[in-house]
Design a protein around this ligand. Sequence first.
Ligand code: ADP
Ligand code: MG
Length: 478
Amino acid sequence: MIVMKFGGTSVQDAPSVERVVKIIHKHLPLRPVIVVSAMGKTTRRLLRAAELAASGDLTAGLDQLDELRNYHAEILQSLLTVETQPTGTRLREIENLIHDIAVSAVEARSDVDGYFGEIEPLLTGLSILRELTPRGRDRIASYGELMSSTIVTHALRRVGVNAVWLDARAFMMTDESYTRARPLLDIANPKIVEHIRPRVQAGQVPVTQGYIGSTTHGITTTLGFEGSDYTAAIIGAALDVEDIQIWTDVNGIMTADPALLPEARTVKVISFAEAKELTHFGAKVLHPKTLFPAHEKAIPVHIYNSRQPDAPGTVITTDAPPSRTPVKSIAYKKPISLVTITSHGSSPRLQFFKQVFDVLERAQLFTYLAVVSELNVVLAVDPSEAAEPLMLELKREANVSLTPDQAILCLVGEDLTQVPGLPADVFEALRDWRFNVISQGGSAHSLVLIVGANEVEKALRRLHDWLFQDSDPEVFAC
Ligand code: ADP
Ligand code: MG
């Protein structure tokens, strides 16, 4: 059994869905379970419609919804025609197939219409309440995946695949932290097995939604933006599959974000430890939490391009083979803010550190990096999370200052601390640069630099040119 997850760009229009269907068809002998994201930019547009309605502009919200309705209707319409005429089959069987396809097409259309019929009154409700709660956001956002999975199920049936649509909210149980709900794996795992395994054993191809879940009381939740990858990994781990495949719009994990650096190369094989560092520090090709369930069960994660299904892609494994090129990839994240907390020295050192980390925990402030010295703690945080809780709570103990508009640049590779001369190479490449933080050794697999946000891309290009001049062909592909 395998899990195949298709991201938003992989299902953004009818030709993309056709490609996905072909890819799934080819993998049928491996008994796939399919996880899909919302089509194209649907999630963002649904939330925009909700925001408009809640701000009082119901008409604009409904206009957005109409656009989405047309977008989905067009994709569905293009997929309605019957194309496959199985050869060597008796006429009667062909007639049956055509009949089944016609029934499923009508069902798909009415399901999608039904979803839009549900969203409309929700928008009206928001415009009356003039309020969009996190719980309301999740409810609205969930329709993107509900619709895309319905359409993909139909597109598969149309070519004779015995696809069955499953509502992820029946098994992906989460806590109640709306918009970034945490799966309750003790409850979810047995439900995943119970809902999905018998279908696969019966020869069906389950198609379900990424990103969405449900509280134990049946209220819709979401796992946070880009959470579909995480769904795929959770399902894969629960079912002990042989492979978790993430199908996206690039040829795997690359030496840098190809949107920034078109010459970036594919990293053919990378370890879980390295990939975790990369996703933590901004490589958006995978949701950062994806790798944990897979790593725990040592299930390989493959990343493939749905537009070039025959390209090798990347495999993430427990132990990556040695590489002559020590750095595998460079990620960056911007903007971030640096918070510098300097103790007045009035309380003992360890107590001061404890206070700082206690505030982080209470305020649920996410930090990318923490560097500690005699009287200072420097934290890299998202600007939206700001430093206010730290400033308010620690003002008697410390000075707290904020440096905005920074960026994290993270070089990732296996055991980088053991590579002689690597820092020398990095500083040679960036010899005229200023760094606000340099950190190595926090993880053996990364070297982190903090530079000004406006110069991070330039620094990345320079480092990439320098470090990947002669990359190991065993590990990197063009
Ligand atoms: P999906 O919709 O399939 O989930 P995403 O847009 O979330 O796709 O992720 C794929 C994108 O990740 C790519 O288009 C690419 O721009 C970006 N990306 C960032 N860093 C990397 C990297 N190191 N390797 C590959 N892609 C990366
Ligand atoms: Mg993604």
